[in-house]
Design a protein around this ligand. Sequence first.
Ligand code: MG
Length: 330
Amino acid sequence: MEGLTPLGPGREFDRIREVLKGARIGGGGVRVPPGDDATVLDPDLVISTDLAVEGVHFRLDWLDPHEAGARAVGAAVSDLAAMGAGLLGVLASVAVPEGEVWAPRGASFMAGIRDRVEELGGRLLGGDLTRSPSGLVVDVVAVGRTHRPLLRSGGRPGDELWVTGRLGGASGAVRLWEDGRPVPAPLRLRYAHPEPRLSEAIWLVEHAHARAGLDLSDGLAGDAGHLAAASGVGVVLEASALPLEPHPEVSLEEALHGGDDFELLVALPPGAETDGRADAFRRRFGLLLTRVGSLRDGSGVALLEPGNDEPVPLTRGGWDHFRGREEEKR
Ligand SMILES: [Mg+2]
């Protein structure tokens, strides 16, 4: 499993590629080098790191500090789910501004971190605390184990792409907040309380023979692009199949480009609907599992819209409707 896993297109990923150019990749006990959702160290230790910055990833007029801390843990642990790993615990480095106003907020933020990791069945393993010049910051290092890592590579032409749960809810909430409009409770929950699909991912590897997968943090289009690049295949998404959060504000664009859903995207060998794998998953977890597309020879991500015979590339400039969206959001 040596060699850097290729990332999909985007300015943020260009910067990461630049840093990794010339880095020593693999060897030294590294089973899965940078480029996947987490690294895997011999024999089975899975480690990922995830930064949450007030004003960038969360705002305290949207979430209270306890929720913000808990959210950072949920988002970080989702990268373990993306690897088909179980959770051992997290280390959390926190920066809190000085002053009377911030002391209780910082305490509540840290309590949110502790409470959420325990709720997820893990332990707080350690961390660091320092001053911040402005706003709360946390870096969560999530630690887990897996004997069978689920990688972004491994998808093959002909595989079907499936997603858990519903898409677009979290970014729908953010858009409503930004527009100064009321946010319905179900959308708020999708943003405030990401649910890492830990058991679901392990099941999909063991029982549905998932060949490749990741968690949806940047939006289906971008994340499918990572899977395509890592697996060396093309992805076709079917617009009419996407399981949107049932709310009038949640659009196809939200599901494709919104991010923060923290659902799983997996490539399964074909036939999961007819041979019972999909239904077995739904019964076991009481959660949607929806076929959203397939893998084919080629590269990149294309979208098949109703009434069209041919999928349209979802790259920059390929589909003008989505141009101008800031790619480097988080
Ligand atoms: Mg991820």
